[in-house]
Design a protein around this ligand. Structure first.
Ligand code: PAF
Length: 281
């Protein structure tokens, strides 16, 4: 069956209803500029679900006024070819006018969580993410929705929202996919110059050093963070936004770096903001 490309919520809803009647339906929401990280979410859904659908929508509501909304990469044809090849049954490709028509007034606020980690330097970002994910999932009504662990704060915000709104879409979180040298895959990596890309490797290097220190018995968050900061501060090409050891659900700093603690980092390489994280074993 050729992949369907649908632009209206009503057409996507009908298509998903048909697919769901035939068996379980998995959904992978994306902003496009697909890379191996996105494809791992699709592969996970293809393995588990009878049918898989995706969306490509660069959501203006999750970008701040000074952020990269207008230059965010939009390689539509290449994205659609990858989705078709991966066996996606239907893609939802709405415009901003379809998602946020004249008079649009409803937003989802996940209080507290939305102001932590990335939410601190990106006010309004998680409000935009939560709103669009709720809208997309309402349209698709999947059995399962797939997200990447790379956006660990996004995962915490969406988990809270799914719970608070009694959503019965199961949330599946897939591991971070990395380049062989450790760089976490991101659609924004293509903005990086070779020198900035080299600097960006300090993020995964710092996380690795912290995980190793933890494995060697260090439990004090202050000591672990100092170990990571040393590596990040030594990289002149990076400007640190945050490096934190937090509870994976509340995103609040932990007093003891027990197993399951999330170590999350964000930094700018030039004007490109990069994030990465690891969960302590
Ligand atoms: O993670 C992303 O790509 C986006 O935040 C999402 C979940 C597709 C919402 O726009």
């Amino acid at each position: 069956m050729p992949m369907e490309i649908l632009e209206s919520p009503a057409a996507m809803r009908d298509c998903c209803r048909r697919l769901r009647a035939q068996g379980s339906l998995g959904f992978v929401p994306t902003m496009g500029a697909l890379h191996a990280g996105h494809m791992s979410l699709i592969a996970a859904s293809r393995q588990r679900d009878a049918a898989s659908v995706a969306s490509i929508f660069v959501n203006p509501a999750q970008f701040g006024p000074q952020e990269d909304f207008s230059r965010y990469p939009r390689p539509r044809e290449a994205d659609l070819a990858q989705l078709e090849q991966a066996g996606i049954a239907a893609v939802f490709l709405p415009t901003s006018a379809v998602m946020y028509p004249e008079g649009y007034a409803s937003y989802v606020e996940v209080e507290g969580l939305s102001e932590r980690l990335c939410g601190r330097s990106r006010p309004g970002h998680f409000r935009g993410v939560a709103t669009v994910v709720l809208k997309l999932c309402q349209i698709v009504n999947p059995e399962r929705a797939y997200f990447g662990q790379k956006d660990a704060a996004q995962v915490a915000v969406l988990r809270r929202m799914f719970h608070d709104f009694n959503c019965d879409w199961e949330m599946i979180v897939c591991p971070i996919v990395r380049e062989p040298d450790g760089l976490a895959l991101s659609s924004r990596n293509q903005y990086l110059s070779p020198a900035q890309r080299q600097s960006a490797l300090a993020l995964s290097r710092a996380l690795r050093a912290m995980a190793e220190a933890h494995a060697a018995g260090r439990r004090s968050p202050a000591q672990l963070l100092a170990c990571g900061r040393k590596i990040l501060d030594a990289e002149a090409g990076l400007r640190l936004d945050y490096l934190e050891a937090v509870d994976v659900q509340t995103l609040l700093p932990v007093a003891d770096a027990a197993a399951g603690t999330l170590i999350a980092v964000a930094a700018w390489a030039g004007s490109t903001r990069l994030i990465d994280n690891c969960v302590l074993a």
